[in-house]
Design a binder for this molecule. Sequence first.
Ligand code: NDP
Length: 246
Amino acid sequence: MLKGKSAVITGGVRGIGKAIAEEFCRQGADVLLCYRSNEDAAKKTAEELTQYGTRVEVIKGDVSDPDHADAAAKLAKDLFGKIDILVNNAGITKDKLLMRMTPSDFDEVVKANLNGSFYFLNAIAPIMIKQKGGRIINISSVVGVRGNAGQVNYSASKAGIIGMTLSAAKELGKRGITVNAIAPGLIETDMTEILTEEQKKAMTDAISLGRAGKASDVANAVAFFASDQAAYITGQVLGVDGGMAI
Ligand code: NDP
């Protein structure tokens, strides 16, 4: 259970981030949800989650702007008095074959996915260090472990997140902070909705369980890393992919 805990979740108002927020609230945590542009989703998610009786707040900003990370860290500290859990979940894709990928396609994806995760880590770790404890969970991808044609930018960002997770786990362990990553496979959200049926079939064929996962499958794993039961687990990359990476 996460009763009495407070969490910051980037990209927390839809898709996997929303499922994480819901699981955290269901388990009794207060949450600050960061979002970039989708006002309707922010309003709707915040309203929906009030059913669990915990505090649900939102903040708008772009994770690729370090000032947004600082503002979110300050707001969460002011609202809740502490930050127990950070989930770096916000992410984008801009898929193209290497021959067509421009430097700006590469930069945009790496800035949002990798730099964004670093900015939040950098803004929130000092607060956790002062508290002498915390949980950081970074959302990587099976593609960061295995690579994927058409995703040089995305896979580089997600592999970078794994390196960052391992190094931060080494630095922060003695401060009582665990840092872990989740590598989801094919999960049904808006991000994968844009794939063609042919692409989805090719991916599903490569999944041992023979089907895509749900956002709640990832949320359950994140909630485990955030829980007291995972107190002695750090620097791990957990695949939530139905066996796709085997
Ligand atoms: P969605 O596209 O459904 O949601 C992405 C979320 O990230 C949105 O809330 C969006 O905010 C936010 N976001 C994107 N860019 C920024 C930015 N620059 N600044 C702030 N917020 C931003 O994606 P998913 O829920 O599917 O993915 C969540 C995470 O899981 C991502 O990191 C993704 O890479 C990873 N993942 C997903 C997989 C899948 O199959 N779905 C597989 C493996 C990993 P807004 O709505 O306001 O734009």
